[in-house]
Design a binder for this molecule. Structure first.
Ligand code: T5A
Length: 208
C-alpha cells in the first residue's frame, strides 16, 4: 500500500490558514485523494490539552524553552497517535501548522537557535518531514488586524508587531532552505483571487 502524503499549511496569524484549509481539502479530494485534516498544536485529546495551556494568556512569563518543549510534546503525541497511523494506512493528512511554525515562532519570534529546534525535530520526527507546505503570506499588520477582529486574543496574538515580522522573516528563511517543498501564496488578496492560485500551485506541485 502506498504511504499517504503529509501536507501542511503555514503562515502568521490572520494569513487565512483555517479559512483555506477546507478549500485545500476540496482540491485534494477532487483529485481522488482520501484526506484527513488536523492541526498543531493539537490534533489528539492530550495534544489539544497542551494547546490550551500554550495559548492561554497568563501572568507568569513563559520560558521560551518550556514553550518549545511543549510544542514538541504535543507534536510527539500527534504524530504517534494520529498522523503516522493514517499515513501508513495510505490516508493523506492535511495539517494546519507543523514544525515550520516552531522555526518561525520559537526560532524567529522568541530567538531560540535553529540548531536547538533541529535537534528536537530529529528526536521527535526522526526522518519524517512534510511532503508539501502551503505558506500563506500577508503583511503582518494586515494579518494581525484580521485576527484581532475576532475578539479575545490568545497568548501569541498579544505579541507586538515586531514579533510577527520576525516570524514572517523566519518562514521565508525556511522557504530558502527547501524551496522545492513550498508553495508560497500572497494571501493579502481577497479569497476569490487567492484560491485559484492555491489550486494551481497545489496541482503543479502534486504533478511533479
Ligand atoms: N505555534 C504553533 C507556535 O508558536 N509554534 C508551533 O510550533 C505551532 C504549531 C496556534 C498558535 O500557536 C503558535 C502559532 C499560533 O499563534 P492557531 O489557531 O493555529 O494558533 O493559529 P492562528 O494563526 O492564531 O490562527 P488564526 O485563526 O489567527 O489565523 P488563520 O487561520 O491564518 O486565519 P483565519 O483563516 O482564521 O482568518 C482570520 C480572519 O481573516 C479573514 C477570515 O475570514 C477571518 O475572519 N480572512 C481574509 N479576509 C480577507 N481576505 C483574505 N484573503 C482572508 N483570509 C482570511
Amino acid at each position: 500500500m502506498n504511504r499517504g502524503l503529509f501536507i501542511t499549511v503555514e503562515g502568521i496569524e490572520g494569513a487565512g490558514k483555517t479559512t483555506n484549509l477546507e478549500f485545500v481539502r476540496s482540491v485534494l479530494q477532487e483529485q481522488g485523494m482520501n484526506v484527513v485534516t488536523t492541526r498543531e498544536p493539537g490534533g489528539t485529546p492530550l495534544a489539544e490539552e497542551i494547546r490550551e495551556m500554550l495559548l492561554a494568556p497568563r501572568e507568569e512569563q513563559v520560558s521560551a524553552k518550556a514553550e518549545l518543549l511543549m510544542m514538541f510534546a504535543a507534536r510527539a503525541q500527534h504524530l504517534e497517535q494520529k498522523v503516522m497511523p493514517l499515513i501508513k494506512s495510505g490516508v493523506h493528512v492535511l495539517s494546519d501548522r507543523f514544525t515550520d511554525a516552531t522555526y518561525a515562532y520559537q526560532g524567529g519570534g522568541r530567538g531560540l537557535s535553529w540548531d536547538l529546534i533541529q535537534r528536537l525535530e530529529n528526536i521527535v520526527q526522526e526522518e519524517f518531514r512534510p511532503d508539501l507546505t502551503l505558506l500563506l503570506c500577508v503583511n503582518p499588520e494586515v494579518g494581525i488586524a484580521r485576527a484581532r477582529k475576532r475578539g479575545a486574543l490568545d497568548r501569541f496574538e498579544q505579541e507586538k508587531l515586531e514579533f510577527y515580522i520576525r516570524v514572517q522573516d523566519a518562514y521565508m528563511k525556511r522557504v530558502a532552505e527547501s524551496p522545492e517543498r513550498f508553495c508560497v501564496i500572497n494571501a493579502q488578496e481577497p479569497l476569490e483571487v487567492i484560491q485559484p492560485q492555491i489550486r494551481q500551485a497545489l496541482l503543479t506541485k502534486l504533478s511533479n
